[in-house]
Design a protein around this ligand. Sequence first.
Ligand code: NAD
Length: 500
Amino acid sequence: MTQPLLSLWINGQSQASQSQRAADIFNPATGEVIRRAPLADKPDVDRAVAAARAAYPGWRDTTPLRRARILMQFRELLQAHREELVGLITEEHGKTHEDAAGSLQRGIEVVEFATGVPHLLKGEQAEDVGRGVDCHSLLQPVGVCTGITPFNFPVMVPLWMFPVAIACGNTFILKPSEKVPSASLRMAELFHEAGLPPGVFNVISGDKEAVDALLAHPQVQAVSFVGSTPVARYIYETGARQGKRVQALGGAKNHAIVMPDADLDFAANALTGAAYGSAGERCMAISTVVAVGAAGDALVEELRDRASRLNVGAGDEKDVDMGPLITGAHRDRVRKLIDSGAAQKAKLVLDGRQHPVVEKSRGFYLGPTLFDHVKPEMTIYQEEIFGPVLIVLRAANLDEAIALVNANPYGNGTAIFTSSGAHARRFERDIEVGMVGVNVPIPVPMAFFSFGGWKASLFGDLHVHGMEGVYFYTRSKVVTSRWPTGHKEDPSSLSMPTLG
Ligand code: NAD
């Protein structure tokens, strides 16, 4: 049986793709194809950009207050359709209902932040920067923006981008992951219902072909990307070469340092959630623990105990802690990485390949896996696994642990578990990572702060949402003005002024 083919959302309506290509969308809990996503081609992209370009002057000239009111209405509709959106997230991604609801909530908070845009767009002003001369700055929209998003947060990551861009007066084309496009299309309908004019927000499903067409399009001014590091690097380099502004958030290998003075019970609870929540498919998942000194053996025992009790199953079932992985291919990749860890002689404390659900279900499951005594040269340390696999390395002291984290090419999130203020302060200052938790395992900044990593976890300068998001989606303009009153000011001098 052929599964239904989704549409694109262009110019305030569903439109069929002209492309001949499409991708299967799976329900990862059952392994079945549930629908298909068109893979947009260049003519599709051209239509979306033309709609966004045509809508831009009218939207730019809509007052920030009116834009904010449409965002408020959109926020109400997201709340009212909560269950439906959560259902789509769980159905296409596999994460549990509760986790999906949490991710929607974090996305809604960005919409709430963006409703403050009349205030956020206020510039600076100074009088008398010279004799009779005043100066003020403006933040103006950049034009047509695009967002390219990963599979692992079908709603939250798109919401990091488009509400802020649109609040600032830009128009937007979202290219969600072809594995999970339905929630984005539904959000476009809701935004339209909230009163957004046609063409301001467009959604096209697609893959590299659509991304390349967006990157090459002369009318696209700004590109936001979230996904894996190799693609982030490619997007950044290609977009920058075309003269676009780009923020490209990449992959991660997030470490948590556990000091011997930490509350081990608390740390083990926090780390179990941070490692295995969403089956480890979170860019802020803790995938690596660095156990310092005497913390090691007891912590590993606590982690094994908790991980082995997790309930693995379909995300829409009651009391399930952890769902499946996104596709069969990804599950097989994670399984191979577990094979490699065992072959390279890391100590396999808990083997998710043996979990009963793996045999029982046709879904893309693996059970929680725990490795101890991992060494930095092992493949399971070198690669981002993006699955329910937690690895533990040992360090003799805090210096060694910090050096290990800083030597890692990624710099997205990190955490320390300790009861010492001195250790925490040292960690906070010296760690080369963008988002830092102190006894907080997944230190995701709230919407009114900015989210982003360092090193191979971010290409570009500005993080998403918060004020950095506002700066990314605006250009600043500085106006210097003088209103001559008639008295002589030596207007004929050719020299730069030496006094204020
Ligand atoms: P991905 O890089 O495979 O895909 C991301 C997006 O890029 C998708 O829309 C996809 O269609 C597109 N894409 C894929 N290959 C492309 C190519 N060759 N050229 C152009 N576009 C391409 O990532 P994914 O598998 O969807 O998501 C998982 C990754 O995202 C992990 O590495 C994870 O760490 C990362 N991630 C990072 C953050 C963060 O905030 N830094 C947040 C979420 C996910």
